[in-house]
Design a protein around this ligand. Structure first.
Ligand code: CA
Length: 400
């Protein structure tokens, strides 16, 4: 899908302010220009949009915290309680004390099709070093590829910007850029990418298409990566045979790296990503061509490729964003995975028993729109981001 209109409408320079006035909670806000403004909905309070939602193991309400964002892609929590929000057309904003402020100093972003400014994650030691890591689409070497960068967040601007990694080769066309960043707690980060619509490259180790990479926090390659000694292979590759990864988390309890990926028509997958493993695309996969017809063989037919833990066939949910709930607010959700569904417009809850899926539940179907990102907040609530031209950030918090 190509959101050309957002490519043409490059992000404006917008600053919004808002305040909750009086006991009635009247929202006062001012944004210029109105057409491109994002609107904070208030300080911590926000605006309740669904006051009571009963689900299998939790009852909650939904609070809109920010609205009017243009295709927001990711939200990150900083230790001071503020939020960083990326918008795919190429803007990053900070939401603090009821005010949105644009972060200056981003590199040039190529917003094209599904690509643009994507994930953002603070370094685990952000309080000491101020580093944030982010992914974005950029033009280089005659194509457009996904890059990983880091910078020091200094007030409202980025300093000491460094590109750490660039997908090689870059891609053609506008699809399947990935991408999500996960720190492993041992000085490395994993980043998942898509096949850029060039599916056969997902099986080639001389290409970063359709891979998870593992790099050190400074962008260098760990000596114990699986393909460092293989001639012609890109040494950053950790796993391959993926189609398009837009959700990835590390289960801190088990050390397992979980990722989902978009299948073709059907065949969306949930995987545990392991060192050196081939996840099959497009040689062994579920799902079929958009125009009908099989792709490769089914995963059990290739014992050299890994079968997914779960798959969504024949109906794709179109997964984006992945959280594992850890917190005190929802005891019934402890350890569960939450996946955003773009096409099917809901949050998909996956209950695990070890590495086995024992239950799936659809939450908020059709209530908020296309879900782009899901995170567990430091406040113990579940946070979601909607992928719309007027997207928002929402907080899911418990009610009695
Ligand atoms: Ca697969």
């Amino acid at each position: 899908m190509f959101d050309l209109i957002y490519f043409l409408n490059a992000p404006g320079r917008t600053r919004c302010t808002a305040a909750i006035a009086g006991a009635a909670g009247l929202l006062l806000s001012a944004c210029t220009p109105a057409q491109t403004a994002s609107e904070p909905v208030g300080p911590a309070e926000g605006r309740v949009v669904l006051d009571r939602v009963e689900t299998e193991d939790a009852t909650f309400r939904v609070v809109e915290v920010v609205r009017g964002l243009r295709h927001p892609w990711a939200v990150a929590f900083l230790p001071d309680g503020s939020l960083l929000i990326t918008e795919r057309p190429g803007r990053m904003q900070r939401f603090a004390n009821g005010e949105l402020t644009e972060i200056r100093g981003l590199p040039e972003v190529t917003a094209q099709g599904q690509g643009g400014l994507m994930d953002v994650v603070p370094h685990p030691d952000f309080e000491r070093n101020g580093l944030i890591y982010f992914t974005y689409a950029a033009s280089y070497d005659g194509g457009v590829g996904t890059r990983v960068a880091r910078a020091i967040l200094e007030g409202d601007r980025l300093d000491a910007l460094e590109d750490l990694f660039a997908m090689n080769p870059p891609g053609r066309g506008g699809v399947h850029y990935g991408s999500r960043i996960v720190f492993d707690g041992e000085g490395n980060l994993f980043v998942g990418f898509g096949d850029r619509g060039d599916r056969h490259r997902s099986q080639q180790l001389d290409s970063h298409h359709g891979t998870v990479i593992r790099i050190r926090e400074d962008g260098s390659v760990p000596g114990d990566n699986p393909f460092v000694d293989e001639d012609g292979a890109h040494p950053e590759i950790w796993s391959y045979g993926h189609r398009n990864i837009q959700g990835m988390i590390l289960d801190e309890t088990t050390g397992k790296l979980w990722a989902h990926e978009h299948g073709p028509r059907g065949g969306d997958e949930l995987n545990i990503v392991e060192r050196g493993v081939n996840y099959g695309w497009p040689v062994a996969t579920y799902g079929e061509e958009y125009h009908g017809g099989t792709i490769g063989v089914t995963p059990p037919e290739r014992d050299d490729m890994r079968e997914p833990i779960a798959h969504w066939t024949p109906w794709s949910i179109a997964p984006s964003g992945l959280a594992q709930y850890r917190g005190d607010n929802f005891p019934g959700w402890e350890g569960d995975l939450f996946i955003g569904a773009l096409v099917q417009e809901h949050i998909h809850r996956v209950v695990l028993d070890g590495a086995e899926v024992v239950k799936k539940e659809e939450i908020l179907r059709g209530r908020l729109g296309r879900i782009r990102d899901v995170r567990t907040g430091p406040d113990g609530n579940l946070w979601v981001v909607t992928d719309q031209s007027d997207g928002g950030v929402y907080r899911i918090e418990p009610v009695e």
